[in-house]
Design a protein around this ligand. Structure first.
Ligand SMILES: Nc1ncnc2c1ncn2[C@@H]1O[C@H](COP(=O)(O)OC(=O)CCCC[C@@H]2CCSS2)[C@@H](O)[C@H]1O
Length: 402
């Protein structure tokens, strides 16, 4: 069903000589237009002429990403939300990512997932613009983003469309929507979670759909190893999850994506047509690279965490004896605002421990920055190997909890 040729035509639409509307002059003019109007160019690229665009108030366009990069795909969501005029148009964006954990806009990643395990396994962490809880993505999980005008925003309508698509593939599958817009399989197992972003005139509802995801890794990465975090951040609502393929092996990502696209097209009386898009195509999505960069910054992913406190205890084995530590921190915008580390008096000179705590205040709650800071700090105490070793051991411990 995917129109691969459409996809390749879209890769360099503005550079293609034989394609008059995509000439460099067009590009130049486009750059002079106001942002909302620039999206007209996307309509050209999608072979939707403005005339047809005006006359088809109920038109639904299906875009499918050729990228599996979570930041690129979230950037496309932002771009469509910010740039496209959706007064007369609906867009369904279909996308999948390599393993990633996606937290909600107002969440605390340290409380929601196992960051050390994710680092070890190379699993990305992303913060999305919509609210709600934390979900796990991999190539066995489909994401569907339904863009509409704010007036036509209707999550239940979208979920019913997904249910119809699943029933078209396997009539016996028991999938129902709940009042919190989850989809449950056999009235028990969550297969889809929902979140939304409501703009002034535009809205989107996005949801996941677990088809063949790694269901043993999912609960592991969504289990935080940290205790003692206090915050007003939005907590996730954990559920028992299952893949659709557990109910019926025909429910693979490919078959489900095709079925959803067919159902979406039928809903808008269109011929099923999926436009493949490359999210990093600046000529089609001007400003998209910056949007990706914004989503990839430490300041967005970690720094947007609502203020929180961390109170924890730990032990360090040093020269065959265990030393008890009490750590208390307040973290605001991802930066350590207050820090107190209590340990037996003899372990480190008092003035040094005070200096270390002061040095940590103002530092990012981040392993690389803390490690750098401690190593710089240690150098201010020259020729004391024991102090160096102790500071380094303590630093390793601090870094392991960040
Ligand atoms: N991929 C996926 N699909 C469905 N449910 C999941 C998934 N991953 C985890 N979970 C379960 O949902 C809860 C969290 O539920 P909770 O209700 O707290 O949060 C959500 O559902 C958010 C959905 C966001 C959807 C966006 C769409 C595109 S980008 S992310 C978690 O603890 C697990 O038990």
């Amino acid at each position: 069903m995917c129109d691969k040729s459409a996809g390749s035509a879209l890769s360099h639409p503005l550079l293609s000589d034989g394609n008059k509307p995509y000439s460099s002059l067009h590009y130049f003019i486009k750059m002079l237009l106001r942002p909302k109007i620039r999206s007209v160019h996307l309509l050209f690229a999608l072979r939707i002429t403005p005339a047809r665009y005006e006359s088809s108030a109920k038109e639904g366009v299906i875009l499918q990403s050729t990228s599996n990069n979570v930041y690129e795909n979230l950037a496309i969501e932002d771009w469509i939300h910010d740039q496209m005029n959706l007064e007369n148009k609906n867009v369904l964006f279909i996308w999948r990512n390599v393993p990633a954990v996606v937290i909600g806009r107002h969440q605390n990643p340290w409380r929601e997932c196992n960051i050390p395990l994710m680092r070890e396994r190379g699993i990305c962490l992303a913060r999305r613009r919509s609210g709600g809880g934390t979900v796990y993505h991999d190539l066995g999980n489909i994401n569907l983003t339904f863009f509409t005008s704010r007036k036509r925003y209707d999550r239940m309508e979208n979920l019913n469309l997904v249910i119809r698509a699943l029933k078209a593939l396997q009539p016996k599958v028991d999938v129902q929507a709940t009042s919190r817009f989850d989809l449950l399989l056999d009235q028990t197992f969550k297969i889809s979670g929902t979140a939304a972003k409501l703009g002034r005139t535009v809205a989107y509802h996005h949801c996941t759909l677990l088809c063949t995801a790694n269901s043993s890794l999912l609960p592991m990465v969504l289990e935080s190893p940290y205790r003692g975090i206090k915050s007003n951040a939005t907590p996730s609502v954990p559920s028992l999850v299952r893949n659709l393929s557990d109910a019926d092996s025909s429910l693979t990502c490919e078959s489900v994506m095709d079925a959803v696209a067919s159902e979406y097209s039928a809903h808008y009386n269109n011929k099923p047509h999926v436009h493949l898009i490359d999210p990093m195509d600046e000529s089609l999505f001007p400003g998209i690279s910056q949007k990706k960069r914004d989503l990839y910054t430490w300041e967005w992913i970690y720094g947007k965490t609502p203020i929180f406190s961390l109170k924890t205890t730990f032990q360090i084995l040093y020269q065959n004896s265990l030393v008890d530590f009490k750590l208390s921190m307040q973290i605001k915008n991802g930066y350590i605002e207050e820090c107190s580390i209590d340990f037996p008096n003899h372990w480190l000179p008092k003035d040094l421990s005070n200096d270390l705590q002061s040095a940590l205040e103002g530092c990012k709650f981040c392993p690389t920055e803390t490690a750098f800071l401690v190593s710089t700090f240690v150098r201010t105490y020259p020729q004391d190997d024991e102090v160096h070793t102790k500071c380094n051991v303590l630093c390793e411990k601090l870094v392991s909890i960040m």
